[in-house]
Design a protein around this ligand. Structure first.
Ligand code: PMP
Length: 361
């Protein structure tokens, strides 16, 4: 089979070398004669692998010692419930900053558990999609926390600067941006991310939480969503998603060998800059997002003649550039170019886009 570049938003492509290693170890992991997925999560060999994966993630993200790292079930949406259940006590409210469809979904879910103040920061003109600067967000100084989504996977909108919440714990849904660039974890109360973009396969969710935020959950919080219960039991209160944890560990090793987040950040910048440049230099394709808020992971673009959409999708697929269809809410195309997407994949996409434009114009 010739090489395929998969631009899916998630579950997304994983590094080829990681997949090859997983294949090689699939039925006989570390000479146990078993697959890692057939072993007890409490076996010494699994626990050692799990601890190494956590240590590697801590190193990659420079996570301070006063933060717990939890390996959970439930995906991003599971955290939409877990965050208010753990952090939003009765009598308090939480600020939910809405910049796109995932932050909106998080706010709607949180309303089921407590008092939520929605702050819409979309600021669109006829020609451009933009956001209100974080300095001008009307935040409540008494909020239990501020929730936002630094990278909106569907809309292709990214908030680069970490908002200053004046001491109110900042909670970030980093599902589609974690490990793509360096961040200062100490600026956050809690970070969560579904694994299926930059970490590994679906089924695993990472939560990074400051220790002082543990232990305040609603009494009705399901035990598997209670951060303190998870932290006290090294994420093994119930059976964790063992295979996804193992694969995440392989991805962390791969990223460390590449030189860590600092190095992948450079590649990610180059990939995004090339693709936006190709879009902006053409009068055939369009991305209407204010350049300062353009995502480096999920790049939506529209063909000015939308009647050509299906032809574009059919021909790109045939050329080995798969899953470019935009999300149904926004239409058009979307190229998700997470850490595992090599520079050659982006170059191949740009070459295809130029060829397609010439052919149909
Ligand atoms: N938040 C963001 C930013 C996402 O991109 C997604 C999924 N694409 C979710 C939350 C929901 O994740 P899940 O499907 O794992 O619940």
């Amino acid at each position: 089979m010739s090489e395929v570049f998969n631009f899916c938003a998630g579950p997304a492509m994983l590094p080829t070398t990681v997949m090859a290693k997983a294949q090689q170890e699939f039925i006989n992991w570390q000479n146990t004669g078993s697959s890692v997925m057939e072993l007890s999560h409490r076996s010494d060999i699994f626990m050692a692998m799990a601890a190494k994966a956590e240590a590697d993630l801590r190193e990659l993200m420079a996570i301070p010692d006063n933060y717990k790292v939890l390996f959970c079930h439930g995906g991003g949406r599971g955290q939409f419930s877990a965050v208010p259940l753990n952090l939003l006590p009765q009598g308090k409210s939480a600020d939910y900053v809405v910049s796109g469809s995932w932050s909106k979904a998080a706010a709607i879910e949180a309303k089921n558990f407590g008092d939520v103040n929605i702050i819409n920061i979309n600021q669109d003109t006829d020609t451009q999609l933009s956001l209100v600067d974080s300095k001008d967000w009307p935040l409540n100084p008494d909020a239990a926390y501020v929730h936002y989504c630094p990278n909106e996977t569907v809309n292709g909108i990214e908030i680069n600067a970490i908002p200053d919440t004046n001491g109110v714990p900042l909670v970030a849904d980093m599902s589609s941006t974690i490990l793509s660039h360096q961040i200062d974890v100490s600026k956050f109360g809690l970070i969560y991310a579904g694994a299926q973009k930059n970490i590994g396969p679906s089924g695993l969710t990472i939560v990074i939480v400051r220790e002082d935020l543990l232990g305040h959950a609603h009494t009705a919080t399901p035990c598997i969503m209670n951060y303190k219960t998870s932290a006290d039991n090294d994420s093994m209160y119930n059976t964790p998603p063992t295979y996804a944890w193992y694969l995440a560990g392989l991805v962390f090793t791969w990223l460390k060998e590449l030189g860590g987040v600092k190095e992948i950040e450079k590649v990610n910048q180059e990939k995004a800059a090339l693709l936006y440049q190709a879009i902006d230099n053409s009068s055939f394709y369009l991305n209407a997002i204010d350049p300062q808020y353009r995502s480096k992971m999920n790049i939506p673009f529209w063909l000015k003649d939308e009647s050509l959409n299906q032809q574009f999708l059919d021909e790109s697929e045939a050329a080995g550039l798969t899953a470019l269809q935009g999300h149904r809410i926004v239409g058009g195309m979307r190229a998700s170019i997470y850490n595992a997407m090599p520079l050659e994949g982006v170059k191949a996409l740009i070459a295809f886009m130029e060829k397609f434009e010439k052919k149909v114009n």
